[in-house]
Design a protein around this ligand. Sequence first.
Ligand code: MN
Length: 159
Amino acid sequence: MRVFEGASIAWEQADPAHFTGRARVKRADADDPAGPAKVYRVEFEAEARTNWHAHSGPQVLLVVEGRCRVQKWGEPGREVGAGDIVYIPGNERHWHGAAPGSPMTHIALTLAAITRWLEPVSDEEYAAAGSLAGGGDPALSDEEVDAVLRPIDERGAAR
Ligand code: MN
């Protein structure tokens, strides 16, 4: 067991290479034999959002404040609010961020997974979330899955 005292964790600016707009993060990362365990408290300014990305394992988002806009590749985006929980299966392309007009905070739990960052969410995609039409393949290609999973295999092999 390991306790992270939230008040003692320093805020970090979210990496602008992977976010549009400003967000700050408190990280509680731990090694575990099953894979990395990552718990992030992320505060997004209004309209700030992640790039498109995928995690090699499941992610759970717990919205604690504000309105959260989320989208799975190829499906319309939607908004959820404080108290809502979003489950994102492994290797599913998606993004998450604050709705227009107010900041949003979520807790992100990503267990035994690593993140593959993709392209930014365009202003058009962001604005259209809720009315996005048309298809797309929500799954990563086999090559992309291999690229995501390989570092975990290498971690495992190194132990
Ligand atoms: Mn995510």
